[in-house]
Ligand binder design. Structure first.
Ligand code: GLN
Length: 481
Protein backbone atom coordinates (compact mmCIF):
# COMPACT_ATOMS: atom_id res chain seq x y z
CA UNK A 1 0.00 0.00 0.00
CA UNK A 2 1.48 3.36 -0.93
CA UNK A 3 1.93 6.15 1.57
CA UNK A 4 -0.39 8.53 -0.28
CA UNK A 5 -3.34 6.24 0.46
CA UNK A 6 -2.95 6.59 4.24
CA UNK A 7 -4.63 9.04 6.60
CA UNK A 8 -3.06 11.88 8.57
CA UNK A 9 -3.13 9.93 11.82
CA UNK A 10 -1.67 6.78 10.24
CA UNK A 11 1.17 8.79 8.74
CA UNK A 12 1.82 10.65 11.98
CA UNK A 13 2.32 7.31 13.72
CA UNK A 14 4.76 6.17 11.02
CA UNK A 15 6.61 9.48 11.20
CA UNK A 16 6.89 9.24 14.97
CA UNK A 17 8.36 5.76 14.69
CA UNK A 18 10.70 7.13 12.03
CA UNK A 19 9.56 4.43 9.65
CA UNK A 20 8.94 7.01 6.93
CA UNK A 21 10.17 10.51 6.18
CA UNK A 22 8.22 13.58 5.05
CA UNK A 23 10.14 13.37 1.76
CA UNK A 24 8.91 9.82 1.10
CA UNK A 25 5.31 10.85 1.79
CA UNK A 26 5.52 13.94 -0.42
CA UNK A 27 7.12 11.88 -3.18
CA UNK A 28 4.35 9.30 -2.95
CA UNK A 29 1.67 12.00 -3.31
CA UNK A 30 3.47 13.66 -6.22
CA UNK A 31 3.77 10.30 -8.00
CA UNK A 32 0.08 9.73 -7.48
CA UNK A 33 -0.69 13.18 -8.91
CA UNK A 34 1.49 12.30 -11.88
CA UNK A 35 -0.36 9.01 -12.34
CA UNK A 36 -3.99 10.11 -11.98
CA UNK A 37 -4.40 13.87 -12.23
CA UNK A 38 -4.45 13.93 -16.02
CA UNK A 39 -7.78 12.10 -15.61
CA UNK A 40 -9.11 13.57 -12.35
CA UNK A 41 -7.91 17.14 -12.97
CA UNK A 42 -8.16 18.25 -9.35
CA UNK A 43 -5.17 20.60 -9.49
CA UNK A 44 -4.85 24.05 -11.03
CA UNK A 45 -1.26 24.45 -9.81
CA UNK A 46 1.14 21.76 -8.56
CA UNK A 47 4.10 23.12 -6.60
CA UNK A 48 6.24 19.98 -6.83
CA UNK A 49 9.66 21.58 -6.52
CA UNK A 50 8.81 23.65 -3.46
CA UNK A 51 7.06 20.66 -1.89
CA UNK A 52 10.10 18.41 -2.20
CA UNK A 53 12.42 21.11 -0.94
CA UNK A 54 10.15 21.78 2.02
CA UNK A 55 9.69 18.08 2.81
CA UNK A 56 13.45 17.55 2.89
CA UNK A 57 13.81 20.21 5.58
CA UNK A 58 11.13 18.86 7.95
CA UNK A 59 11.40 16.47 10.91
CA UNK A 60 7.80 15.23 11.01
CA UNK A 61 5.91 13.41 13.74
CA UNK A 62 4.64 16.41 15.67
CA UNK A 63 1.06 17.39 14.81
CA UNK A 64 0.61 17.80 11.07
CA UNK A 65 4.34 18.32 10.40
CA UNK A 66 5.42 16.60 7.20
CA UNK A 67 1.88 15.83 5.98
CA UNK A 68 1.20 16.87 2.35
CA UNK A 69 -1.97 18.80 1.57
CA UNK A 70 -3.38 21.32 -0.89
CA UNK A 71 -5.91 24.13 -0.66
CA UNK A 72 -8.77 25.42 -2.79
CA UNK A 73 -7.67 28.11 -5.18
CA UNK A 74 -9.65 30.86 -3.45
CA UNK A 75 -7.30 30.81 -0.45
CA UNK A 76 -4.45 33.27 -0.85
CA UNK A 77 -0.98 31.74 -0.96
CA UNK A 78 2.01 34.06 -0.85
CA UNK A 79 3.99 33.83 -4.07
CA UNK A 80 1.71 31.14 -5.53
CA UNK A 81 -0.94 31.98 -8.14
CA UNK A 82 -4.46 32.19 -6.69
CA UNK A 83 -7.03 32.20 -9.49
CA UNK A 84 -10.44 31.42 -7.94
CA UNK A 85 -10.71 29.39 -11.20
CA UNK A 86 -11.44 32.68 -12.96
CA UNK A 87 -9.87 34.35 -16.00
CA UNK A 88 -9.98 37.64 -14.13
CA UNK A 89 -7.44 36.32 -11.58
CA UNK A 90 -5.60 33.98 -13.92
CA UNK A 91 -2.24 35.60 -13.18
CA UNK A 92 -2.88 36.93 -9.68
CA UNK A 93 -0.08 36.17 -7.22
CA UNK A 94 -1.02 37.25 -3.67
CA UNK A 95 1.59 39.01 -1.55
CA UNK A 96 0.34 37.28 1.62
CA UNK A 97 -1.03 34.00 2.99
CA UNK A 98 -4.60 33.48 4.15
CA UNK A 99 -4.61 32.91 7.92
CA UNK A 100 -5.55 29.24 7.47
CA UNK A 101 -2.68 28.81 5.02
CA UNK A 102 -0.29 30.52 7.45
CA UNK A 103 -1.45 28.10 10.14
CA UNK A 104 -0.70 25.12 7.92
CA UNK A 105 2.70 26.59 7.12
CA UNK A 106 3.35 27.05 10.81
CA UNK A 107 2.33 23.45 11.46
CA UNK A 108 4.86 22.45 8.76
CA UNK A 109 2.28 20.97 6.42
CA UNK A 110 3.84 20.37 2.99
CA UNK A 111 1.87 22.26 0.36
CA UNK A 112 1.37 20.45 -2.95
CA UNK A 113 -0.47 23.29 -4.68
CA UNK A 114 -3.87 24.74 -5.49
CA UNK A 115 -7.12 22.95 -6.25
CA UNK A 116 -9.80 23.48 -8.87
CA UNK A 117 -13.22 24.91 -8.02
CA UNK A 118 -16.25 26.58 -9.53
CA UNK A 119 -15.34 30.15 -10.50
CA UNK A 120 -15.42 32.28 -7.34
CA UNK A 121 -17.02 29.27 -5.57
CA UNK A 122 -20.29 29.70 -7.45
CA UNK A 123 -21.56 26.30 -8.44
CA UNK A 124 -22.14 22.71 -7.39
CA UNK A 125 -20.18 20.66 -9.91
CA UNK A 126 -16.80 22.39 -10.58
CA UNK A 127 -18.02 22.74 -14.19
CA UNK A 128 -18.00 26.53 -13.70
CA UNK A 129 -14.21 26.56 -13.48
CA UNK A 130 -12.93 28.85 -16.25
CA UNK A 131 -10.15 26.32 -16.95
CA UNK A 132 -11.57 22.76 -16.96
CA UNK A 133 -13.97 20.62 -14.96
CA UNK A 134 -12.67 18.21 -12.30
CA UNK A 135 -13.91 14.62 -12.48
CA UNK A 136 -15.23 12.31 -9.81
CA UNK A 137 -12.65 9.61 -8.92
CA UNK A 138 -15.48 7.09 -8.38
CA UNK A 139 -16.69 7.58 -11.97
CA UNK A 140 -14.78 9.87 -14.31
CA UNK A 141 -17.92 10.62 -16.31
CA UNK A 142 -19.47 12.23 -13.24
CA UNK A 143 -18.93 15.52 -11.43
CA UNK A 144 -17.08 15.66 -8.10
CA UNK A 145 -19.60 18.21 -6.80
CA UNK A 146 -18.70 21.78 -6.04
CA UNK A 147 -17.61 24.29 -5.53
CA UNK A 148 -14.68 22.62 -3.67
CA UNK A 149 -14.68 19.79 -6.26
CA UNK A 150 -10.90 19.81 -6.70
CA UNK A 151 -10.42 19.51 -2.92
CA UNK A 152 -12.82 16.57 -2.59
CA UNK A 153 -11.52 14.74 -5.67
CA UNK A 154 -7.87 15.18 -4.66
CA UNK A 155 -8.55 13.65 -1.24
CA UNK A 156 -10.67 10.81 -2.66
CA UNK A 157 -8.04 10.00 -5.29
CA UNK A 158 -5.21 9.96 -2.68
CA UNK A 159 -3.40 12.81 -4.43
CA UNK A 160 -3.23 14.68 -1.11
CA UNK A 161 -3.67 13.52 2.48
CA UNK A 162 -6.15 16.30 3.24
CA UNK A 163 -7.39 19.52 1.68
CA UNK A 164 -8.98 22.81 2.66
CA UNK A 165 -12.09 24.18 1.01
CA UNK A 166 -14.69 26.87 1.56
CA UNK A 167 -18.42 26.52 2.11
CA UNK A 168 -20.96 29.28 1.44
CA UNK A 169 -23.98 27.09 0.74
CA UNK A 170 -22.61 23.55 0.76
CA UNK A 171 -19.35 23.76 -1.16
CA UNK A 172 -17.40 21.56 1.25
CA UNK A 173 -20.15 19.11 2.23
CA UNK A 174 -21.76 18.37 -1.13
CA UNK A 175 -18.46 17.53 -2.92
CA UNK A 176 -17.37 15.53 0.14
CA UNK A 177 -20.61 13.53 -0.19
CA UNK A 178 -20.16 13.01 -3.95
CA UNK A 179 -16.55 11.87 -3.55
CA UNK A 180 -16.95 9.74 -0.43
CA UNK A 181 -14.81 11.79 1.95
CA UNK A 182 -15.39 13.69 5.20
CA UNK A 183 -16.15 17.42 4.82
CA UNK A 184 -16.53 19.84 7.73
CA UNK A 185 -18.11 23.28 7.54
CA UNK A 186 -17.37 24.83 10.93
CA UNK A 187 -19.51 27.38 12.77
CA UNK A 188 -19.40 30.87 11.22
CA UNK A 189 -16.56 32.58 13.08
CA UNK A 190 -14.78 29.38 14.17
CA UNK A 191 -12.17 29.61 11.41
CA UNK A 192 -10.65 32.84 10.06
CA UNK A 193 -11.75 34.05 6.63
CA UNK A 194 -8.78 36.40 6.26
CA UNK A 195 -7.26 35.72 2.85
CA UNK A 196 -10.25 33.73 1.60
CA UNK A 197 -11.41 35.55 -1.53
CA UNK A 198 -14.91 36.64 -0.51
CA UNK A 199 -18.03 35.34 -2.23
CA UNK A 200 -20.80 36.04 0.32
CA UNK A 201 -19.08 37.23 3.48
CA UNK A 202 -21.90 36.53 5.92
CA UNK A 203 -22.08 32.89 4.76
CA UNK A 204 -18.50 31.96 3.78
CA UNK A 205 -16.54 29.67 6.05
CA UNK A 206 -13.28 27.76 5.56
CA UNK A 207 -13.19 24.07 6.44
CA UNK A 208 -11.45 20.78 5.70
CA UNK A 209 -11.86 17.67 3.56
CA UNK A 210 -10.27 14.52 4.93
CA UNK A 211 -10.22 10.74 4.54
CA UNK A 212 -11.76 10.06 7.93
CA UNK A 213 -13.24 11.68 11.03
CA UNK A 214 -10.06 11.51 13.12
CA UNK A 215 -8.21 13.49 10.44
CA UNK A 216 -11.09 15.96 10.39
CA UNK A 217 -10.65 16.59 14.12
CA UNK A 218 -6.88 16.96 13.74
CA UNK A 219 -7.05 19.45 10.88
CA UNK A 220 -9.93 21.43 12.40
CA UNK A 221 -7.82 21.81 15.55
CA UNK A 222 -5.06 23.51 13.59
CA UNK A 223 -7.19 25.89 11.51
CA UNK A 224 -9.65 26.99 14.23
CA UNK A 225 -9.41 29.96 16.53
CA UNK A 226 -9.55 33.72 16.85
CA UNK A 227 -7.81 35.90 14.29
CA UNK A 228 -7.48 39.65 14.79
CA UNK A 229 -7.39 40.00 10.98
CA UNK A 230 -11.00 38.76 10.66
CA UNK A 231 -13.49 40.89 12.58
CA UNK A 232 -16.09 38.11 12.38
CA UNK A 233 -13.85 35.47 13.91
CA UNK A 234 -14.94 34.38 17.38
CA UNK A 235 -12.96 35.06 20.53
CA UNK A 236 -13.58 31.61 21.90
CA UNK A 237 -11.47 28.78 23.21
CA UNK A 238 -10.90 25.93 20.80
CA UNK A 239 -11.73 22.65 22.54
CA UNK A 240 -9.64 19.50 22.11
CA UNK A 241 -11.48 17.97 19.17
CA UNK A 242 -9.76 14.59 19.29
CA UNK A 243 -11.09 14.19 22.83
CA UNK A 244 -14.57 13.97 21.27
CA UNK A 245 -13.62 10.80 19.41
CA UNK A 246 -14.88 8.37 22.04
CA UNK A 247 -16.88 6.01 19.85
CA UNK A 248 -19.81 6.53 22.23
CA UNK A 249 -23.23 7.95 21.32
CA UNK A 250 -25.28 6.29 24.03
CA UNK A 251 -28.11 8.64 25.02
CA UNK A 252 -27.23 11.18 22.34
CA UNK A 253 -30.40 12.84 21.03
CA UNK A 254 -30.59 12.84 17.27
CA UNK A 255 -33.33 14.77 15.47
CA UNK A 256 -34.31 13.84 11.92
CA UNK A 257 -36.04 16.78 10.22
CA UNK A 258 -38.72 15.37 7.90
CA UNK A 259 -38.42 18.25 5.40
CA UNK A 260 -35.04 16.84 4.32
CA UNK A 261 -36.52 13.53 3.23
CA UNK A 262 -39.21 14.91 0.95
CA UNK A 263 -39.88 15.04 -2.74
CA UNK A 264 -36.78 15.49 -4.86
CA UNK A 265 -34.65 13.33 -2.60
CA UNK A 266 -33.69 10.14 -4.40
CA UNK A 267 -35.42 7.06 -2.95
CA UNK A 268 -32.23 5.01 -2.81
CA UNK A 269 -30.41 7.85 -0.98
CA UNK A 270 -33.24 7.94 1.57
CA UNK A 271 -32.92 4.20 2.14
CA UNK A 272 -29.20 4.46 2.80
CA UNK A 273 -29.92 7.24 5.32
CA UNK A 274 -32.63 5.17 7.02
CA UNK A 275 -30.16 2.36 7.51
CA UNK A 276 -27.59 4.80 8.91
CA UNK A 277 -30.16 6.07 11.41
CA UNK A 278 -30.86 2.49 12.49
CA UNK A 279 -27.12 2.14 13.10
CA UNK A 280 -27.25 5.13 15.42
CA UNK A 281 -30.16 3.56 17.30
CA UNK A 282 -28.28 0.30 17.58
CA UNK A 283 -25.41 2.27 19.14
CA UNK A 284 -27.74 3.62 21.81
CA UNK A 285 -28.61 7.04 20.40
CA UNK A 286 -32.19 8.29 20.66
CA UNK A 287 -33.42 8.99 17.13
CA UNK A 288 -36.62 11.02 16.67
CA UNK A 289 -38.37 12.63 13.75
CA UNK A 290 -38.68 16.40 14.01
CA UNK A 291 -39.52 19.40 11.83
CA UNK A 292 -37.74 22.52 10.59
CA UNK A 293 -40.79 24.17 9.05
CA UNK A 294 -39.09 27.00 7.14
CA UNK A 295 -36.72 24.74 5.24
CA UNK A 296 -38.38 25.27 1.86
CA UNK A 297 -37.71 29.02 1.99
CA UNK A 298 -33.99 28.68 2.62
CA UNK A 299 -32.94 28.11 -0.99
CA UNK A 300 -34.80 31.11 -2.44
CA UNK A 301 -33.55 33.34 0.40
CA UNK A 302 -29.98 32.17 -0.24
CA UNK A 303 -30.27 33.03 -3.93
CA UNK A 304 -31.09 36.61 -2.98
CA UNK A 305 -28.58 37.04 -0.16
CA UNK A 306 -25.55 35.27 -1.63
CA UNK A 307 -25.73 37.07 -5.00
CA UNK A 308 -26.40 40.40 -3.21
CA UNK A 309 -23.21 40.02 -1.20
CA UNK A 310 -21.32 38.69 -4.23
CA UNK A 311 -22.29 41.66 -6.37
CA UNK A 312 -20.76 43.93 -3.76
CA UNK A 313 -17.66 41.78 -3.08
CA UNK A 314 -16.83 41.29 -6.75
CA UNK A 315 -16.97 45.02 -7.52
CA UNK A 316 -13.28 45.15 -6.58
CA UNK A 317 -12.29 43.23 -9.71
CA UNK A 318 -12.27 46.23 -12.00
CA UNK A 319 -9.02 45.89 -13.92
CA UNK A 320 -7.29 48.45 -11.71
CA UNK A 321 -6.13 46.67 -8.59
CA UNK A 322 -6.08 42.95 -9.30
CA UNK A 323 -5.62 40.57 -12.17
CA UNK A 324 -6.83 41.03 -15.70
CA UNK A 325 -7.04 44.43 -17.42
CA UNK A 326 -8.34 45.03 -20.92
CA UNK A 327 -5.51 47.16 -22.31
CA UNK A 328 -7.33 47.87 -25.55
CA UNK A 329 -10.04 50.06 -24.02
CA UNK A 330 -9.43 53.77 -24.57
CA UNK A 331 -11.20 55.20 -21.56
CA UNK A 332 -11.72 54.21 -17.94
CA UNK A 333 -15.38 53.23 -18.11
CA UNK A 334 -14.87 51.04 -21.16
CA UNK A 335 -11.89 49.45 -19.45
CA UNK A 336 -14.01 48.52 -16.40
CA UNK A 337 -16.74 47.12 -18.60
CA UNK A 338 -14.64 45.14 -21.03
CA UNK A 339 -12.32 43.77 -18.32
CA UNK A 340 -15.31 42.41 -16.41
CA UNK A 341 -17.04 41.18 -19.56
CA UNK A 342 -13.95 39.21 -20.55
CA UNK A 343 -12.82 38.19 -17.08
CA UNK A 344 -15.99 36.74 -15.53
CA UNK A 345 -17.77 33.58 -16.67
CA UNK A 346 -21.54 33.25 -17.22
CA UNK A 347 -22.50 32.05 -13.72
CA UNK A 348 -20.56 34.83 -12.03
CA UNK A 349 -22.21 37.39 -14.29
CA UNK A 350 -25.62 35.90 -13.52
CA UNK A 351 -24.99 36.24 -9.77
CA UNK A 352 -23.71 39.83 -10.10
CA UNK A 353 -26.81 40.80 -12.06
CA UNK A 354 -29.19 39.03 -9.68
CA UNK A 355 -27.52 40.61 -6.68
CA UNK A 356 -27.40 44.09 -8.15
CA UNK A 357 -31.08 43.83 -9.00
CA UNK A 358 -32.04 42.59 -5.52
CA UNK A 359 -30.20 45.51 -3.92
CA UNK A 360 -31.41 48.23 -6.27
CA UNK A 361 -33.55 50.97 -4.86
CA UNK A 362 -37.22 50.09 -4.91
CA UNK A 363 -36.47 46.35 -4.82
CA UNK A 364 -34.37 46.23 -1.66
CA UNK A 365 -37.35 45.76 0.68
CA UNK A 366 -39.12 43.26 -1.54
CA UNK A 367 -36.08 41.03 -1.99
CA UNK A 368 -33.09 41.63 0.25
CA UNK A 369 -34.97 42.64 3.40
CA UNK A 370 -37.49 39.84 2.98
CA UNK A 371 -34.72 37.30 2.48
CA UNK A 372 -33.06 38.54 5.68
CA UNK A 373 -36.33 37.93 7.53
CA UNK A 374 -36.51 34.41 6.13
CA UNK A 375 -32.94 33.88 7.25
CA UNK A 376 -33.99 34.73 10.80
CA UNK A 377 -36.88 32.24 10.65
CA UNK A 378 -34.57 29.49 9.40
CA UNK A 379 -32.19 30.23 12.27
CA UNK A 380 -35.04 30.11 14.80
CA UNK A 381 -36.11 26.69 13.49
CA UNK A 382 -32.63 25.43 14.34
CA UNK A 383 -32.63 27.13 17.77
CA UNK A 384 -35.83 25.31 18.66
CA UNK A 385 -34.54 21.98 17.37
CA UNK A 386 -31.26 22.26 19.28
CA UNK A 387 -33.14 22.90 22.52
CA UNK A 388 -34.22 19.24 22.19
CA UNK A 389 -31.55 17.52 20.13
CA UNK A 390 -27.77 17.34 20.29
CA UNK A 391 -27.44 16.94 16.52
CA UNK A 392 -29.66 16.72 13.45
CA UNK A 393 -29.07 14.15 10.71
CA UNK A 394 -30.07 14.53 7.03
CA UNK A 395 -28.81 13.48 3.61
CA UNK A 396 -26.05 15.88 2.48
CA UNK A 397 -27.33 16.01 -1.10
CA UNK A 398 -30.59 14.82 -2.67
CA UNK A 399 -28.79 12.53 -5.13
CA UNK A 400 -25.44 10.86 -5.71
CA UNK A 401 -22.95 12.50 -8.09
CA UNK A 402 -24.59 13.41 -11.40
CA UNK A 403 -23.09 13.17 -14.89
CA UNK A 404 -20.93 15.88 -16.41
CA UNK A 405 -23.08 18.25 -18.49
CA UNK A 406 -26.26 16.81 -16.98
CA UNK A 407 -27.25 20.04 -15.24
CA UNK A 408 -25.19 22.77 -16.90
CA UNK A 409 -28.15 24.11 -18.88
CA UNK A 410 -30.64 23.81 -16.05
CA UNK A 411 -29.62 26.39 -13.49
CA UNK A 412 -32.45 25.56 -11.10
CA UNK A 413 -31.66 21.84 -11.09
CA UNK A 414 -28.05 22.73 -10.27
CA UNK A 415 -29.17 25.04 -7.44
CA UNK A 416 -31.38 22.26 -5.99
CA UNK A 417 -28.27 20.19 -5.34
CA UNK A 418 -27.65 22.35 -2.25
CA UNK A 419 -31.14 22.17 -0.80
CA UNK A 420 -29.94 20.32 2.33
CA UNK A 421 -26.76 22.28 2.93
CA UNK A 422 -27.83 25.91 2.45
CA UNK A 423 -29.95 26.27 5.63
CA UNK A 424 -26.81 25.53 7.68
CA UNK A 425 -24.99 28.55 6.22
CA UNK A 426 -28.00 30.81 6.70
CA UNK A 427 -28.06 29.82 10.39
CA UNK A 428 -24.26 29.96 10.80
CA UNK A 429 -24.16 26.53 12.46
CA UNK A 430 -21.59 23.76 11.89
CA UNK A 431 -22.22 20.61 9.86
CA UNK A 432 -20.16 17.69 8.67
CA UNK A 433 -20.74 15.29 5.79
CA UNK A 434 -19.50 11.73 6.19
CA UNK A 435 -19.79 8.74 3.86
CA UNK A 436 -22.69 6.50 4.93
CA UNK A 437 -23.17 4.04 2.07
CA UNK A 438 -23.40 3.62 -1.68
CA UNK A 439 -26.00 3.77 -4.42
CA UNK A 440 -24.94 2.00 -7.61
CA UNK A 441 -21.30 2.17 -6.62
CA UNK A 442 -21.40 5.90 -5.85
CA UNK A 443 -20.92 7.31 -2.34
CA UNK A 444 -23.79 8.77 -0.32
CA UNK A 445 -23.13 11.46 2.26
CA UNK A 446 -24.81 11.87 5.64
CA UNK A 447 -24.96 15.39 7.03
CA UNK A 448 -24.72 15.89 10.80
CA UNK A 449 -25.64 19.42 11.93
CA UNK A 450 -24.94 20.86 15.36
CA UNK A 451 -25.33 23.81 17.70
CA UNK A 452 -23.13 26.87 17.18
CA UNK A 453 -19.59 25.86 18.22
CA UNK A 454 -20.81 22.28 18.68
CA UNK A 455 -18.20 20.81 16.32
CA UNK A 456 -17.19 18.34 19.03
CA UNK A 457 -20.73 16.88 19.08
CA UNK A 458 -20.60 16.41 15.31
CA UNK A 459 -17.25 14.68 15.52
CA UNK A 460 -18.44 12.42 18.33
CA UNK A 461 -21.49 11.28 16.34
CA UNK A 462 -19.56 10.97 13.08
CA UNK A 463 -16.70 9.03 14.64
CA UNK A 464 -18.98 6.52 16.38
CA UNK A 465 -20.77 5.92 13.08
CA UNK A 466 -17.53 5.54 11.14
CA UNK A 467 -16.03 3.13 13.68
CA UNK A 468 -19.05 0.84 13.58
CA UNK A 469 -19.57 0.78 9.82
CA UNK A 470 -16.06 0.76 8.34
CA UNK A 471 -17.35 2.57 5.26
CA UNK A 472 -14.32 4.74 4.76
CA UNK A 473 -12.15 1.69 4.04
CA UNK A 474 -13.47 1.61 0.45
CA UNK A 475 -11.52 3.44 -2.25
CA UNK A 476 -12.39 4.48 -5.79
CA UNK A 477 -11.03 2.28 -8.60
CA UNK A 478 -8.79 4.57 -10.70
CA UNK A 479 -6.55 1.75 -11.94
CA UNK A 480 -3.04 2.93 -12.57
CA UNK A 481 -1.20 1.32 -15.47
N1 GLN B 1 -23.56 25.73 -4.83
C1 GLN B 1 -23.85 26.90 -4.06
C2 GLN B 1 -23.71 28.12 -4.95
O1 GLN B 1 -23.54 27.96 -6.09
C3 GLN B 1 -22.94 26.99 -2.87
C4 GLN B 1 -21.55 27.36 -3.24
C5 GLN B 1 -20.63 27.48 -2.07
O2 GLN B 1 -20.90 26.97 -0.99
N2 GLN B 1 -19.57 28.21 -2.28
O3 GLN B 1 -23.80 29.22 -4.52
Amino acid sequence: MSLCSLTVHELVTLLQRREVSPLEIATSCLQRIEAVDARVRAFLTVTAEQALEHARAIEGGRGLAGIPAAVKDNLCTRGVRTTCASRILENFVPPYDATVVARLVQAQVVSLGKLNMDEFAMGSSTENSAFFPTRNPWDLERVPGGSSGGSAAAVAADEVIFALGSDTGGSIRQPAAFCGVVGMKPTYGRVSRFGLVAFASSLDQVGCLTKDVTDCAMVLQVISGFDPMDSTSARMEVPDYTAALTGEVKGMKIGVPREYFGEGVDGAVKEVLQRALQQFEALGAVVEETSLPHTEYALPAYYILAPAEASSNLARFDGVRYGLRDETADNLLDMYGSTRARGFGPEVKRRIMLGTYALSSGYYDAYYLKAMRVRRLVKEDFDRAFARYDVLVTPTAPTVAFRLNEKVDDVLAMYMSDIATIPVNLAGIPAVSIPCGFVQGLPVGMQVMGRPFGEADLLRAAYAFEQHTGIRALKPGLEVA
